[in-house]
Design a protein around this ligand. Sequence first.
Ligand code: FDP
Length: 339
Amino acid sequence: MPKRKGITVSRQLMDSQQMHPEATGELTGLLNELIVAAKIISAEVNMAGLAGILGQSGKTNVQGEEVQKLDDFANRTLKRRMEQCGYICIMGSEEDDGVIPVLDGYEGKYTLAFDPLDGSSNIDVNVSIGTIFSVHRRKSEGKQGNMSDLLQKGSEQVAAGYIIYGSSTVLVYTTGHGDGVHGFTLDPSVGEFFLSHPDIKIPEQAKYYSINEAYSRYWYDETRDYIKKLKEMDEQGERSYSLRYIGSLVSDFHRNLIKGGVFLYPRDKKSTDKPDGKLRLLYEAAPLAMVAEEAGGLAITDDGRRILDIEPKDLHQRVPLVIGSRDEVSLAKEYFTKG
Ligand code: FDP
């Protein structure tokens, strides 16, 4: 078939739905609703400086209206749109302690977990931030879903992805099963996401590594040895890797997905209150792990376990994360499991 140009994300979703005769269109509907929420958030992010919604909430904008912080805004937008979309039975948000119900009469067969605006320390300084999402099929019966519907392994996700609000707004998603990872760029002049990165494959070998080096004095030996190895010269006597650390997981991950790289947020001795590192399994690690694996990469903990196999016990469970190009994550696994 000749390659088509200018494919919108809705068209792509419809096409992939048709490749699965058992599909009812509900997942497509869910993703389409999410995309609308993403467009609203993207518009707000682009206007944030003008609208006066950077920084703390409790401010008024230039029109004298009450305004919310951007992460509040993103959270509310997602909840408001998705609670009445009719395709999900329960939600979990990185910003909310407990489960989030949907409107009575609008219960559907999926669940949605999201980090509404990842990279919060970058919100006020025009650095890329993003929304990460994860979709499971519900397990419980009845109308509203419950906690057990959200506490499912990453390997049971039916869709996952993210939207980056950066120099352009880019949506990346996968529905698994070898359907691939696809990237779409928002054309703000027409308000549509167009296919810009079809069938993304993460380069097997990395050029970059991403870790917060400022914590190096708190690292365990395995992390230190691995990073030391990455810094060694290659056989030609040249430097092999560059360090990039934006401090927005979603942005660091995206760059590594496109260019080849490994991102680490391992356990360390600094965070005694966070023995498993900082990142959340349900809202960050599991969805990105699904994208990474579907693109040919890997995602493990810093003791070598596959992220997608971890059974969540808690909505806000944290997990050490090593994710990215196959060769570098495999090398990391050797270091982390040496014993
Ligand atoms: P942030 O706290 O700014 O929201 O998940 C949280 C996160 O950002 C990730 O996006 C990012 O990779 C990480 O924390 C940065 O943490 P450090 O400042 O500890 O490196």
